[in-house]
Design a protein around this ligand. Sequence first.
Ligand SMILES: [Zn+2]
Length: 283
Amino acid sequence: MGNDGGSIPKRRELVREAARLPTASELKATALESLTHAWTTCPLSDAPLDLSNTVSDWRGRLYNYESVLQCLMPSSSETAIPEAQEAEFARTGIKSLKDVVKLNITTRKDEKGRQFAACPVSMKELGAATKGVYVVPCGHVFAEVAMKEISGTEKQCPECSATFEERDVIPILSTDEAELEKLAKRVDELKTLGLAHNLKKEKAAGKKKRKAGEEKEKGPNGEPEKGKESNKTSKGKEDKKDISSRINNPMTASLTAKVLAEQEERSKRRKVIDGYKKSEAVR
Ligand SMILES: [Zn+2]
């Protein structure tokens, strides 16, 4: 009854099609595509990445600063975050502004007016074709190749002359397993030193050390802060000074202020508890 089955694919054929592995060039194309996507899109908001307002975490992922701020805002605030964004943010592991570094990205434009990130040394476009790195804490971004030549001898940021350690050169959007492992090890080591990804003190515990004059806090652009004066300013105030001074967008600035206020509030609470414990111990 016309049931000749001629056009119905047999199971064997279906399985063969599904099991076909992508070719090497297909895999490469997909990898490049997702890398280009990651260089141009904020994973939290799905909005185009604003290269003048980009932050990065310990593993070199890129986010719009504003998106991170919004996610860090206490949930009771008027700006509600979509659930998907919240879930994505939870996966990043970002808990405070110390877990990200504001990037200083050199941008260029092509003939069509498309803006892209470029290495200020080699002028090459950074992205899928040329791997970028950034320096902590100053956040200047370079091509990895250009940085390798420099970091071998001097270890000074070519843009701001801040000195840095080899470990604080963070590859951007690396897909290299060994490299990611190294980055994970770096934050673990920093944590044991009481430092966050941006090399700021993680907790108030570090303050005692500073009073003893052992620590030299780095300023926003890597230069050491002015000794005694900075000892008097509280942790939260330092953060505010560092970050707010680099923000020109009023919307971002007000968000930052709110997030920092929240962070300060939290650290105050911690100090009260610490102080209570101490007074208990004295008695
Ligand atoms: Zn720099």
